[in-house]
Design a protein around this ligand. Structure first.
Ligand code: PMT
Length: 428
């Protein structure tokens, strides 16, 4: 995607040496730009006057005033999929600007102010299916004020920061923000680095664009597939390579678990890899001593492939779980059907074995599949549990079958749940 970010303050001059401005250092906007670049996007950064180095690989357009920022954002909007306004644009400017330095007079200068153009409001009619994100710097009624701006400025998301706190908002390296959209519950994030906030914001945009792709967005990358004839392989190999290409999409399926460092959501491919390593390491804790770990590894690598078509269903989403079996069966038929017949049967059988949870291997695999997200939730302070209103009884219930595969892991899981409650990560 091409992402347009603004950062820093604007300066509104009253004469050649004096101006109205604010305390924005640009750190928040630069962090968003760097996060977008790190995640492979093209980034244009419109920056007010700051003391930060231009990030490598980012196109930086320096501006001074709100009017210049508006012109730069407006000029680049058409070629961008996303606009993130992290800049603290001055709301007023002197109505008259003196060409010469104003003289110090006996009486106070008679300075009249006029409002600057609101950049987001001005560009709202050109939004189309672009993603627009604003920040709200507030000192009181933080969420309510931010929500008002979300609606009035026609935004997809607003990031509210309580700038009355010393470790958040202006000119510090950390921030404590609430992500507010019109569709979901607000997501309050704990204190984290601005870089981490930037990553969360870009992660959210990617999910949003994936859900409703616009031309030139992530889905547009599909148009970049080489045109004309591409190298061909003989029948069986061609089928296998086609399947390998198809399952790359598992990396795009995001789960409702944050990475253990809380920086972004985990994807299904990462989850499967984690389980495979756990299977090898933790085999001695399986209830069945001679569990076939090779088959457990195969099973956990295959178990989520169906989610390429069926999507990830959050385990505490009761409504979503009702239609899950049928959705996944259709997905399994299409996806495994891409393979040569013998391998189709093998993958289908592994997936069904995992789902039925009858064999010792399947029970152990299912135990790993539950313990891993528990750890993610625990190490991220239960942010996602809280977001979905999950309590300890529900977590106990949903994970109880861990004991069928590994009593040792279930004991550990119970301890983790108890401690999560004690620490306030999880409702009792
Ligand atoms: O730069 P840092 O030191 O790292 O500090 C970060 C920050 C506190 C500046 C940043 O996190 C932040 O909150 N930026 C927005 C500050 C702000 O001006 O909020 P606002 O509530 O006044 O404006 C709401 C939104 O409208 C913002 O996205 C703003 O960029 C935009 N706006 C505001 C005024 C204006 N004339 N035009 C606009 O588009």
């Amino acid at each position: 995607m091409r992402i347009l970010v603004t950062a820093g303050p604007t300066r509104e001059f009253m004469d050649p040496v004096r101006f109205i401005s604010n305390r924005s250092s640009g750190k928040m906007g630069y962090a968003v730009a760097i996060a977008a670049r790190n995640r492979g996007h093209e980034v244009v950064l419109v920056s007010g006057p700051v003391a930060l180095a231009a990030p490598v690989g980012v196109t930086v357009i320096p501006v001074v005033s709100a009017a210049e920022m508006l012109a730069a954002v407006s000029g680049n909007l058409d070629s961008c999929d996303v606009l993130v306004m992290a800049a603290a644009v001055a709301d007023w400017r002197p109505a008259a600007v003196s060409g010469q330095k104003l003289k110090k007079l006996k009486r106070e200068p008679d300075m009249r102010l006029e409002p600057t153009a609101d950049i987001l409001q001005t560009l709202k009619p050109r939004k189309g299916d672009r993603v627009f994100i604003g920040f709200a710097a507030e000192t009181e009624q933080v969420e309510a004020e931010a929500r008002r701006k979300l609606v009035s400025k026609g935004l997809d998301m607003i990031i509210a920061n309580d700038v009355s706190q010393a470790d958040a908002g202006f000119d510090v390296d950390t921030n404590r923000v609430v992500l507010i959209t019109s569709e979901a519950l607000p997501l309050s994030l704990p204190l984290m680095s601005k870089q981490e906030v930037g990553t969360r914001v870009i992660q959210w945009v990617e999910e949003r664009v994936k859900a409703s792709p616009r031309k030139g967005g992530i889905a547009g990358l599909r148009d970049m597939a080489p045109a004309g004839s591409v190298p061909r392989a003989p029948g069986r190999l061609a089928q296998q390579l086609g399947f390998i290409r198809e399952i790359d999409r598992l990396k795009l399926v995001l789960r409702r678990t944050l990475l253990m460092d809380g920086t972004r959501y985990e994807n299904d491919a990462e989850h499967s890899w984690h389980l495979a390593v756990m299977a090898i390491l933790l085999r001695e804790h399986a209830n069945t001593p001679d569990v076939d770990v090779g088959r457990v590894v195969k099973m956990v690598l295959v178990h989520d492939i169906v989610e390429i078509d069926a999507g990830d269903t959050y385990c505490y989403d009761d409504a979503g779980n009702r239609g899950k079996v049928a959705r996944e069966q259709v997905a399994a038929a299409r996806l495994f059907g891409l393979l040569p017949e013998d391998q189709r049967q093998e993958f289908q059988a592994l997936w069904e074995e995992f789902e039925s949870r009858v064999t010792p291997e399947a029970k152990f695999a299912a135990a790993l599949d539950r313990v891993q997200p528990l750890m993610h939730n625990y190490y991220t302070g239960g942010v996602v549990w809280k977001q979905h209103g999950v309590n300890s009884a529900k977590v106990q219930d949903r994970n109880r079958h861990v004991g069928e595969g590994s009593l040792a892991l279930w004991e550990f899981a119970e301890e983790l749940i108890r401690d999560a409650v004690a620490r306030g990560y999880l409702e009792a």
